[in-house]
Design a protein around this ligand. Structure first.
Ligand SMILES: [Zn+2]
Length: 420
């Protein structure tokens, strides 16, 4: 569990930092403008960054154990809602929320009339988590994740490769909300529950004055921003990074997480596919023997991945390991009629990538007995001639070293199965 092996000293450090009192507000507003068709309980989120050490592991709760208590002003319905939010987190990492029994480090959930907020990370004392949006489970998850040590996704170092912060569209005095201090780990995740919507703190309207735009290569990713409906694979992975945990489970929002759930994919370029720990699976069908090339590329290096082509019985037909993303070495195979599955297996996470699938009918096949580039009746004559002549090379279709009637059946079946 102790991934970093340094937690023993963290309690003391945390207490020092907490007692220093130097807290930096990094408030977050992830709704639309007030009055702009907001859900009635959609409210600003403010977080307090108590991690002043710049570390990653420093923010984690020792042993993943988080004692909790409720303020007396939280009713039983909302207590159950909070427990459901805790369960979402416990399902994807080795965090345990336990009723507080006098521990000095704990979280306290408080009913607020105006805002959602939480400190970021473990500080050795009490983290006051204010909630107003009780009916939004993943807003509670968002605040709990702050307390677990996770800042906003768009604060992640390197975010400028993925998004553009439109500083001129940000309300005056709110610029600090877009400053970076997030975890410098794991790929950028547009659909994180920790990501702002594209119009957070906008000066006018969401459509006219977005504060966060996706970079052109991720066009359309704005629609993923501000997710408060489900735990994305990236969020689960971030939690698992900090607290270890089981392999990230299937994401119900990605039907391509298993061989059986392979998503049909057409030939061509498919950009901005969100990878995950489970691997991504795509199926395609060939109506004639073809040369197939699958190329997976990424805009930055260091995310190891293996791309494979599998047959219907899940046997690997061809595979390419790219130790460094961006090399994009293709996987190639010549395949007959049938349905196949592409697997993209990233060893480390959920980096968005581009997949190119090229299918070209194969120019010739083994049934082109006379090697004229066309399979037709002349090739039957050719096969028969080889067969009569006892030419094993030309007529031993089943390659068992003997010429007999089985080879005629084999040739006919192969011929009918389809060549160009
Ligand atoms: Zn927040």
């Amino acid at each position: 569990m102790d991934k970093f092996g340094v937690r023993a000293s963290l309690v003391a450090i945390g207490l020092l930092v907490a007692s220093a009192g130097a807290q930096t507000p990094v408030g977050a507003f992830f709704g639309t403008q007030p009055g702009e068709n907001m859900p009635e309980d959609w409210a600003p989120c403010e977080s307090i960054d108590i991690d002043l050490r710049g570390g990653i592991e420093d923010r984690a709760w020792p042993g993943g154990v988080v004692p909790y208590e409720f303020d007396a002003n939280v009713n039983s319905t909302n207590r159950n809602r909070a427990l459901n939010a805790m369960a979402e987190i416990e399902a994807v990492c080795n965090v345990q929320f336990v009723p507080r029994d006098g521990e000095p480090g704990f979280i306290r959930l408080i009913a607020s009339s105006s805002s959602n907020s939480s400190p970021v990370g473990y500080g050795g004392g009490g983290n006051a988590i204010n909630i107003v949006s009780w009916s939004w489970r993943f807003i509670i998850v968002h605040e709990l994740m702050h307390s677990l040590g996770i800042n906003h996704e768009q604060s992640k170092p390197g975010r400028n490769q993925y998004v553009t912060i439109n500083w001129d569209n940000i309300q005056e005095g709110r610029e600090h909300n877009f400053a970076g201090s997030g975890l410098p780990v794991l790929p950028y995740n547009f659909e994180s529950v920790m990501h702002y919507s594209s119009c957070a703190f906008t000066i006018c309207s969401c459509s006219s004055c977005p504060t966060i735009s996706a970079r052109p290569e991720y066009a359309g990713a704005e629609s993923l921003m501000g997710n408060r409906s489900y735990m994305s694979d990236g969020d689960a992975g971030t939690l698992a990074f900090l607290y270890d945990g089981p392999d990230v489970g299937d994401d119900a929002h990605e039907p391509n997480d298993s061989f059986a759930q392979a998503s049909p994919i057409e030939p061509g370029t498919h950009a901005l596919i969100m990878g995950d720990y489970e691997g991504d699976f795509f199926s395609f069908t060939l109506t004639e023997t073809s040369d197939v090339t699958v190329t997976v590329t990424c805009d930055e290096g260091a995310w190891e991945a293996t791309t494979s082509i599998l047959d219907p019985s899940e046997q690997t037909l061809a595979s390419q390991n790219n130790p460094i993303w961006g090399d994009g070495d293709p996987v190639t195979a010549t395949l007959g009629v049938g349905t196949y599955v592409i697997e993209v297996d990233q060893d480390f996470g959920f980096h968005p990538y581009q997949l190119d699938l090229a299918i070209t009918p194969t120019a010739s096949c083994s049934d082109d007995c006379n090697d004229d580039g066309v399979v037709n009746i002349d090739d039957i004559d050719c096969f028969v001639a080889d067969f009569i002549a006892g030419n094993l090379e030309g007529a031993d279709c089943d390659q068992n070293g003997v010429l007999n009637v089985d080879d005629i059946d084999c040739f006919v079946a192969s011929f009918l199965a389809g060549c160009p």
